[in-house]
Design a binder for this molecule. Sequence first.
Ligand code: PEP
Length: 237
Amino acid sequence: MSNPAPVVVANIKSNQTWEESQDWINTVGNRAKDFKGTIIYCPSYPFLSGAKQLIDAKAFSIKLGAQDISKFNGGAYTGAVAASQIKDLVEYAIIGHSERRKHFGETNENVFKKVELALENNITPILCISDISQLGEYLKKGELLKENWDKIIFVFEPPSAISGGGEFKPDDPEDANKNAGEITSKIGKNVTTIYGGSINDSNVKSFFSQNNIHGGLVGQASVKPDSFLKLIENATI
Ligand code: PEP
C-alpha cells in the first residue's frame, strides 16, 4: 500500500523562467488541492519571493524550499545566499545534493555546516545522502543530525540514479528501501526518509509503496506541471 501522505520535493534546478514558475504554481496549486501529502517546490533563488507572494495570495498548499544555502550565515561572500536572508521565504532547503558536490566542490564539512545554519534559521534541511558511508561521515562530526532528527528530511539519493535531465535510470526500489531503512537505524529514531533518483509517473508507486520510503525528491519529472501532477496522482493510488 502507498503512503497516503508522501512528501514530494520538486527540485526544479536551473530550469523554468519566472513565467513558467508562475504557471507551475498556479497549475499545481489549483489541481493538487486534494493531494494529502506535502508538496515542496524548490525553484531558483530569484523566484522565491514572487513564488511566496503567489502561493500566499492564492492560499495554495504548496511549501517553498531553496535548492541550497551558503555555508556562511551572511556577510562579504559574493554570490552566496545565506539562510538568514531567506528564512522568511522558505521552510525548507535542499542540502548536500550530489550535483553541488560534482560541479561546485561541495564537501562533507560544507554540508554539515549548512545543516547547522539551516536549523539555526528554522529552515528544515532536505539532506541528500548518496550512500550510507556518507551518512557515517556526518555522524562522526557530532550529534547534530541525531539531536535534530525530527527537523530534517533525509533523502537517500544515489548519484548513479539521477537522470540529469536525460534517461531515467532509477535505483531498484527494494535497494532504495533497504538504504532508507539503514538511515533510520543509524539515526536511531523514526526519521522521515525519502528517495531521489529518476522518479517519474510510471515508477513512483514502486518507491512510495516501500515501508521505509516516505516520499521522493524529484528532478526532471517535476519541471513541467502536468508531469508533476501525474506523478503525485500515481503516488497515492
Ligand atoms: C535530483 O537531482 O535530485 C533528482 C532526483 O533528479 P532526477 O529526478 O531527474 O533523477
